[in-house]
Design a protein around this ligand. Structure first.
Ligand SMILES: C[S@@+](CC[C@H](N)C(=O)[O-])C[C@H]1O[C@@H](n2cnc3c(N)ncnc32)[C@H](O)[C@@H]1O
Length: 263
């Protein structure tokens, strides 16, 4: 997934347009805000991307550090600073770093790894490094929330898949239309990873295609019980488990939303 977001191309520039339409993230910002109100700040967002969650937390009154590997995603997050009042802007710091290996001076009452970003870590040893870093940056009594998709077994067979429906959104500011489509999906059940080729297309207000791009997305799927073992190995205790941001109980094939703490 790291490579998928590395270029300042159509994928990154249109990320927010698609993110706001995702039904599986419905209510996510309110959920994080409510959690932060319980834990207090400061907040650390790992893999913060374009800063959607980080800025929402700062608007809610918390000091936030957002860390991401992608300079392009961070550039978009940083460009939003001028759109916020000074007091909000002053509460946010963005840092370039790798969530498998970082060391910050502060500890955090809430650490967020939103929208399946943990699944960009393809190697189980690196997953454990992320969790160890989280543990060492959690303040006493702090919480960490991690979002994953719950793997649907019917979609994870070794046969290649094609024929996906494109998604289309209109940019309300420019009137341009962006569409994106997975053109090939290949699973590797042995490593629990998949690779997808995504095609992006931008059309002007007359419907003429003015930009096209292809990007490769790689992710690792993680089973529910595997995640429990990973938390246990990392010395993190599961406090709550939901299948959506409205607080529904664990459900096959929806999201895995974990809230963990130091025991
Ligand atoms: C799906 S986006 C999520 C962004 C943001 N958290 C959100 O909710 O919109 C995944 C992000 O993970 C970042 N990422 C991938 N691997 C990373 C790593 N090892 N360390 C830090 N960030 C990473 C990517 O650069 C990308 O910005």
């Amino acid at each position: 997934m790291a490579e998928f977001y590395s270029r300042l191309g159509l994928n990154v520039s249109t990320y927010d347009l698609f993110r706001r339409n995702l039904s599986n993230l419905e209510n996510d910002l309110a959920f994080y805000k409510e959690l932060a109100e319980k834990t207090g700040g400061p907040v650390l967002e790992l893999a913060c991307g374009t800063g959607v969650v980080s800025w929402a937390m700062a608007e809610a009154g918390f000091h936030v550090a957002g860390l991401d590997l992608s300079e392009s995603m961070l550039a978009i997050a940083e460009a939003k600073r001028e759109t916020f009042p000074n007091d909000v802007a002053d509460r946010v710091t963005f840092l370039r770093g790798d969530m498998t290996d970082f060391s910050l001076l502060d500890q955090y009452a809430l650490i967020i790894v939103a929208f399946r970003s943990f699944q960009s870590i393809l190697d189980p040893a690196d997953q454990r490094k992320v969790l160890a870093c989280i543990r060492s940056h959690l303040a006493p009594g702090g919480r960490c929330v991690i979002d994953l998709f719950d793997p649907r077994l019917d979609l994870l067979h070794p046969a290649e898949r094609t024929g996906f429906e494109p998604e289309t959104v209109k940019d309300p500011e420019t009137g341009e239309v962006v569409s994106r489509c997975v053109i090939r999906h290949a699973n590797d059940p042995l490593s629990q990873t998949f690779e997808e080729i995504w095609c992006f297309e931008l059309a002007d207000t007359n419907g003429n295609v003015i930009e096209q791009a292809e990007e490769t997305l790689a992710m690792r799927w993680v089973y529910r019980q595997e995640m429990r073992y990973l938390f246990e190995l990392a010395g993190l205790a599961v406090e709550a488990e939901y299948s959506d941001y409205l607080g529904s109980p664990p459900t096959y094939g929806k999201e895995q939303i974990w809230v963990v703490k130091k025991p």
